[in-house]
Design a protein around this ligand. Sequence first.
Ligand SMILES: NC(=O)c1ccc[n+]([C@@H]2O[C@H](COP(=O)([O-])OP(=O)(O)OC[C@H]3O[C@@H](n4cnc5c(N)ncnc54)[C@H](O)[C@@H]3O)[C@@H](O)[C@H]2O)c1
Length: 356
Amino acid sequence: MPHSDNIVYAGPENPGKVLSEYIGETEKNFFLTDKNTADKCYPIIQKLFPGLNDEHLIVLDAGDDEKNITSLHHIWSFLQHHGAGRNSRLINLGGGMITDIGGFAASTFKRGIPFVHIPTSLLGMVDAAIGGKTAINLSKVKNQAGTFARAEAVIIYPQFLQTLPRDEFLSGYAEILKTAIAFDKALFEKLLQIKGGGSLIKNISEDIIRRTASIKNEVTTGDFHDRAERQCLNFGHSVGHALEALYFSNGDEIKHGYAVAAGMLCEAFISKQILKLREEDYLEIGKYILNTFPNVSFREKDIDSIINLIRHDKKNYGDDIRMSLIEAAGKCNFGISCPEGIIKDSLKHYLEITGA
Ligand SMILES: NC(=O)c1ccc[n+]([C@@H]2O[C@H](COP(=O)([O-])OP(=O)(O)OC[C@H]3O[C@@H](n4cnc5c(N)ncnc54)[C@H](O)[C@@H]3O)[C@@H](O)[C@H]2O)c1
């Protein structure tokens, strides 16, 4: 079901006015946060709306492990015990963990109540809160149950980023870079001027956030159920998700964006072999990724396991591994069949250039 633009931008000069259209001080609103966003972000909302009913605040522990069936049950029960009805609204104030589980809870409670996302992480603002996918993890496997459901509004208020930890910021930046490489050459060239390190945070302008959010909104509006072009948003994610799963199976954790950055480097290498991405474009992308994100470490003997994990990707078709690859910066193709040997070469090459 295609839908129109539901993104609302709140600037520093009038956030209360913008937010009040969707939040107001109504008794019917419920807020979902995790412990960090309850601590750092909810007070900002409270300041704007002093009459808010704090009894309607639901607080989960932070971290992706909490995006589970127990937390979902807790949200449903809370809504039920506090008399939420079809005309109540759930306001999801947090990063992608909160908007994913909050969207799922709202879209299924009493067969669906309205919900608003207020993303507070960079990844949430440019990616997770946009496009209507909701989910929880099952038995530690990511996003196994969920719905396609549209938020009434996604309110982007970049002031929230001031308290976001630096590694979370950098992780979100990988999704901005992915969107640029897959869809918008001009945006990619703008990003190339931004250096990593401490200055990254102050150099991400509101314009860059808006442009990235609007690309995600456009693409997902045109392909709401992820059957075609939306798959290009997964550039870097076939390898990236497999690296995340490898870490997870070893009992380690890795930031999603760092795995996606390594995945983009490998998939740019594969794009060079299959879609004839020019060598100089590959080198430019590779150099920028290596200078901006921490290396992901794995061993040569892990490569077979990584290939097996890539085989579980939802974009595959039977035994055929399919990826979204680029023919040039800003030009992505989806559903491209990738021979296993080329994927292995890309991983070996990653090990060589990173010395990991
Ligand atoms: N639905 C989609 O289309 C989609 C797309 C991409 C990712 N996702 C999902 O998004 C999730 C990852 O999102 P994320 O990176 O935002 O993770 P997250 O929600 O876990 O947030 C990361 C950390 O930052 C903290 N935080 C968030 N905002 C803060 C702020 N303003 N100040 C201080 N701390 C803050 C959180 O408490 C958490 O500890 C994953 O579950 C992923 O599957 C969904």
